[in-house]
Design a protein around this ligand. Sequence first.
Ligand SMILES: [Fe+2]
Ligand SMILES: [Fe+2]
Length: 271
Amino acid sequence: MRILFMGDVVGRTGRDTLGRELPHLRRAMKIDLAIVNAENASHGFGLGPDMADALFAAGADVITLGNHAWDRKEIIPYISQHPRLIRAVNYPPETPGAGFTVIDLPGGRRALVLQAMGRLYMDPLDCPFRATADLLARYRLGTTVQAIVADVHAEATSEKMAYAHIFDGQVSFVVGTHTHCPSADAQVLPGGTAFQSDAGMCGDYDSVIGMTKDNAALRFWRKMPGERLGPAEGPATLCGVFVETDDTTGLARRVEPVRVGGRLSQAMPEV
Ligand SMILES: [Fe+2]
Ligand SMILES: [Fe+2]
């Protein structure tokens, strides 16, 4: 199975560029399953229902959220009606929406996509490790599902690495989101799980993690609140990760970064 995971979509430039390019990326890499993190799509804060519709229409099979999940309140009724839009699995019970989804793919294959939110330097939530272990007790890689992808939405690289090692061999692919900078640690772990500690963002890198650099820099430099942060709107680099798995075992064969357009050095796997 060929899986493409695209990192946090930030603002209009990320949204429009990914919406335009995703069909081409899917074709170029012969993608079976495309997942997009869109917690920052709406001016950096949350995801509007119209934006979710547009990303699904462009070819996202699953959309994940994050700590900005509820910034746009209109997404709360939407998530209850759209099971392919997921929030973190370790929110308290009875939070709207679901923390995972199982989707049917061509060839009779099924894939489980989940999101877990870290707790280091983040708002307190239920244990992401326990929530994932409970879910994986119900879905077995290579038997009930042919692929399992876990989006670990977390600030600390250490927490994301620990998560990947804990579930190495039980999950096809662990990918970090939230920090908006693509990490250079893509690897297949010893147990067969593909891992990259952060996918990066789909946004303008002439910025502070996607937000206009002057306003963001002032907050650090003067310690003054300044104006509300807004997204930088220059050309976006689309950052993501490509993974190829074995349909029999569900484990990863290869993992490669994807960086297309904008300011970052370019990377495109050969398929
Ligand atoms: Fe984000
Ligand atoms: Fe986030």
